[in-house]
Design a protein around this ligand. Sequence first.
Ligand code: ATP
Ligand code: PRP
Length: 209
Amino acid sequence: MLTIAISKGRILKDTLPLLAEAGIEPSEDLSVTRKLIIPSICGEVNLVIIRATDVPTFVEYGAADVGITGKDTLVEHNSDNLYEPLDLEIAKCRLMTAVVTGRELPVGKIRVASKYVSLTEQYFAKKGQQVEIIKLYGSMELAPLVGLADCIVDLVDTGNTLKANGMEPLDLIMNISSRLVINKASMKMKHQQIKALTEKLKIAVDNRR
Ligand code: ATP
Ligand code: PRP
């Protein structure tokens, strides 16, 4: 049995068609069921549906053999125990800094709100900019509007959220998409099954280009 950890939220709706093309379909309607472990129709796979930020942890510890989550989450998690063999080219967006439109950043140490504490720290350290990081779990765009931070580090896709809140993107930190990740031990123990899955997903990704 192969266990695949899938991110709920916005990655899920793009993940399911890809998995279906690879022959893996949940035996229950994921939008209805309250179950957290869902067998596939083929009976060879269990799907576990968890938060995107928890996927690297499940796969790192071998609780899932394989996972699908965003590059942002993977870089922030920073594990050595994962293979990342395939860019699934779904849930594409950009990790950016953003400010209130037209507002200059103060001189000296700045306050930055983000849920990506490690990525933010590394990005500003490289630039030689001193920062105080305010960890938030969502709605980052609010922080500069209420005086909590001078700027934010967050994901941008259409730019609508920034615009709706009187903000603008500043610098690109990283292009983001969702990736297939694999536990290193599982890669040895379940090599045939994982290799077959990776190949089928690669074909599905290639077919969409
Ligand atoms: P978590 O539940 O793990 O805290 P979340 O509630 O922010 O995360 P989502 O909003 O579903 O969960 O985002 C999950 C992933 O989807 C992100 O890590 C990123 O890779 C991708 N993503 C987030 N926002 C966008 C967007 N606007 N456009 C495209 N992809 C996005
Ligand atoms: C994500 C991200 C931005 C928004 C960007 O938020 O954090 O707020 O999408 O997308 P856009 O550029 O197309 O507007 P999400 O909707 O996941 O909510 P969150 O703030 O709870 O993370």
